[in-house]
Design a protein around this ligand. Structure first.
Ligand code: I24
Ligand code: DGL
Length: 265
């Protein structure tokens, strides 16, 4: 079935998930909406994030997607269940995938979750982790400075190293062997985070696991694209198209992309 897969995010961070889906499922067409005009979602209220996420889902419903992926952790945390109940197609988030990878990896059942304030406050990772293994000890940590750091472009160098070490200070006397990067932007900081927590700690991002879920879901429903289909991805941004273009073309390495401005309401 050659209908597109919808992918929604608060901005450009969800392109990490889009890229993994493209890698794993090269015949699938992706329609991506990034709400760059209202990014970041991390500090916003549940109500607001749920409302914005619904607006993106509704916009893609009109474009006849066959399934929806919420690539944003903050949006997944507050909107996944209501969208799953109300949309006429399957809806996947990024939190279950990350939680599953962590439960598979951890030996001591001690897992750190790094995420935005909204995701941490929601308790969604605790819920997902405990539903997989009730004896998991979870250490949640909001890192509100990390998204602005990546988006400033100054995410390498001494200032970044300092800011990351500062943000991870609460982990100093904690025991854990696994860290979930519970935010789209944190894989960009993976090396620096690994340097702080040490090399014997597993640091996991959920993008790849989410792409596996997408494949499984489409295969199960018999809605995978035909093997000879050439995908025709489309991107929509609520903010500046040139800024979105420069980041997305650099990240996806697929040449010139079809990107349009979209207004959500
Ligand atoms: N990475 C992200 N967001 C940015 C950025 C970045 N600027 C440089 N890099 N800016 O997210 C967001 C600013 N908004 C303003 C309004 O319009 C949209 C953008 C992480 C992206 C993950 C795919 C660094 C950078 C880049 C290209 C690829 C990866 C990356 F420029 F980290
Ligand atoms: N996409 C968000 C997330 O994964 C990070 C950026 C934001 O706060 O909007 O939680």
């Amino acid at each position: 079935m050659n209908a597109p897969i919808g992918v929604i995010d608060s901005g450009v961070g969800g392109l990490t998930v889009a890229k993994e889906i493209m890698k794993r499922l090269p015949n699938e067409t992706i329609y991506y909406i990034g709400d760059t005009a209202r990014c970041p979602y991390g500090p916003r209220s549940r109500q607001e994030v749920r409302n914005f996420t619904w607006q993106m889902a509704k916009a893609l419903e009109k474009l006849n997607i066959k399934m929806l992926v919420i690539a944003c952790n903050t949006a997944t945390a507050v909107a996944l269940e209501s969208l799953q109940r109300n949309m006429p197609f399957p809806v996947l988030g990024v939190i279950n995938a990350g939680a599953r990878a962590a439960v598979k990896k951890t030996k001591r059942h001690e897992v750190v979750v790094l995420a935005t304030e909204g995701t941490i406050k929601s308790g969604a990772y605790e819920e997902a982790l405990l539903s997989l293994n009730t004896s998991t000890h979870i250490i949640p940590l909001a890192c509100p400075t990390f998204v602005p750091l990546v988006e400033s472009g100054e995410y390498k160098g001494d200032f970044a190293t300092k800011l990351i070490a500062e943000g991870l200070k609460p982990l100093k006397n904690q025991q854990f062997d696994t860290v979930i990067l519970g935010c789209t932007h944190y894989p960009i900081l993976q090396k620096q985070i690994e340097a702080v927590v040490g090399e014997d700690v597993n640091v996991l991002s959920s993008a790849e696991e989410t792409a596996k879920d997408v494949q499984e879901m489409l295969a199960f429903n018999g809605t995978l694209a035909n093997a000879y289909t050439v995908p025709a991805h489309k991107f929509f941004a609520t903010g500046s198209v040139p800024i979105f273009r420069s980041i997305a073309e650099n990240w996806l390495e697929q040449g010139t992309l079809d990107i349009k401005r979209i207004t959500l309401k």
